[in-house]
Design a protein. Structure first.
Ligand SMILES: C[S@@+](CC[C@H](N)C(=O)[O-])C[C@H]1O[C@@H](n2cnc3c(N)ncnc32)[C@H](O)[C@@H]1O
Length: 441
């Protein structure tokens, strides 16, 4: 199978099954024996089409009598792929873009080949006019250009202002850096950098976090010997900041109520130097394997993995833990660079989140010992899911106080107040919110 056909299959899987792109790519690419060049083009097509889906559909709807909602998945995906190549990929000739796409239509939906051919040729004939955006509405123009659900553009413009939103949209269109977290139980950062460089991988230190390494050309990670030996995990800097802010002492009791796939759990267990105990819970049984796999690969002996719903109270855990982490389910609007499909979430899908987040935080707070630390974090930049949840909690529970964050210098405006607001356009990291509280009585 060639690059375009692989991309087509992955995109159909994402469209029909609502899968995340990274999960679908891993699934389809796992046992695929293809040249690196084909792998590269397939990946480019998959991410390119997902990142520009609203815009590509806008063009299809300009040219087609049958609107995208009514088109079959096959035809819709192939049209998106064809137009994407014409509009964005200079390295591919327009002729190849049309012919290769039409060949795939002939294979998968023969009777639509004339229709797809006509639309793609129309794009080429009237390129400037067809690719131009003019919806007659400023918000819709921006939503189409950057491919977002319009409510997000409206919401950000209202909350952050036009200029900030523009910067954020540009930052979200950039390719994110790849970071590793060194397993300091097994190896030092300097030594791991040397070992990576011996493999021809570009690796450099990150100043903000002493166990972080930026890598540039690390491919096929799961088969990498150093990965298999448990010398590192993949984690973004913002996510590592959570562990640093928590800063758990050796031999303490830690509870992570929403822990899968285990990035922060294993970071905290490592910071504790394999002592004490981290109880790692998640509501989804099937996700516990992900945590266990990483714990075992890293050689951690201080993690207990449990299946538990954090929206329920666990009477056995009351007042038991020195540190509790609530890394709650959220809209994910801070990690669009990594999961572009988040741009298409509907407002209605997210409306119950603050309530769920508050319940999880409220329950988790009951497990903290007097003097213990409670961290609330999300990978979103929406105030409703972040500071507003914390403000409500502080108003309700006077036995908790926000604690100045001294472990790191990232958001000097707010860290004295006990929280960090991290944005891709300001800090060059995933968008996160991290708040630190202490139980005072
Ligand atoms: C943001 S992710 C956690 C990421 C994780 N802390 C890490 O660093 O790898 C949120 C997690 O909460 C879990 N979750 C959602 N609802 C939950 C609930 N009611 N109780 C416990 N876990 C829940 C999800 O399965 C998901 O794995």
């Amino acid at each position: 199978m060639k690059a375009r056909e692989i991309a087509f299959k992955v995109l159909c899987d994402i469209e029909d099954n609502n899968n995340y792109s990274n999960i679908a790519i891993n699934k389809h690419f796992k046992n695929l024996d293809i040249a690196n060049q084909d792998r590269g083009l397939a990946t480019e097509l998959i991410y390119g089409v997902i990142e520009n889906q609203y815009y590509l559909d806008y063009i299809i709807n300009k040219l087609s009598k049958i609107k995208t909602q009514k088109l079959s998945t096959y035809v819709k995906i192939l049209l998106r792929m064809g137009i994407y190549q014409i509009a964005f990929l200079d390295s591919i000739s327009e002729y190849a873009a049309v012919n290769e796409t039409v060949n795939l239509v002939k294979k998968y939906d023969k009777r639509s080949s004339g229709f797809v051919n006509a639309i793609l040729r129309n794009v080429i004939r009237n390129k400037d006019e067809v690719l131009d955006i003019n919806t007659g509405n400023e918000i819709m123009d921006i939503a189409t250009k950057y491919s977002y659900s319009p409510w997000i553009i409206k919401d950000w413009t209202k909350n952050f202002g036009k200029e900030f939103t523009q910067d954020l949209l540009e930052a979200n269109s950039e390719k994110p850096n790849l970071y590793l977290r060194v397993n300091t139980i097994k190896i030092s950062r300097d030594e791991l950098i040397n070992r990576l460089q011996e493999q021809g991988i570009k690796a450099s230190k990150v100043n903000t976090i002493e166990e972080a390494i930026k890598v540039e050309n690390l491919k096929n990670i799961e088969n990498n010997e150093l990965f298999k030996q448990g010398l590192f995990t993949i984690q973004d800097i913002s996510s590592m900041v959570v562990g640093k802010v928590m800063n758990p002492k050796e031999n303490s009791m830690v509870l992570d109520v929403c822990s899968a796939p285990g990035g922060k759990t294993t970071h905290m267990a490592t910071l504790m130097n394999n002592t004490g105990k981290v109880v790692a819970r998640d509501v989804f049984e099937h996700k516990l394997k992900l945590i266990n796999d990483t714990v075992n690969r890293l050689g951690l002996a201080n993690v207990d993995v449990e299946n538990f719903d954090a929206s329920q109270i666990d009477t056995e855990s009351l007042d038991k833990f020195d540190y509790v982490l609530t890394d709650v389910p959220c809209s994910g609007l801070g990690i669009i660079r990594r999961k572009p499909e988040i741009k298409y979430k509907e407002k209605a899908d997210l409306k119950d989140l603050p309530k769920i987040q508050y319940t999880i935080l409220e329950n988790a707070s009951k497990y903290v010992k007097i003097g213990g630390t409670l961290i609330y974090s999300t990978c979103t930049i929406q105030d409703k899911e972040n500071i507003e949840v914390i403000e409500k909690f502080i108003n309700e529970y006077d036995n908790f106080e926000l604690v100045p964050i001294n472990e790191i210098n990232i958001d000097l405006d707010n860290q004295d107040k006990g929280y960090l607001k991290i944005y891709p356009n300001i800090h060059g990291m995933d968008g996160f919110f991290i708040s630190k509280l202490r139980r005072v009585r």
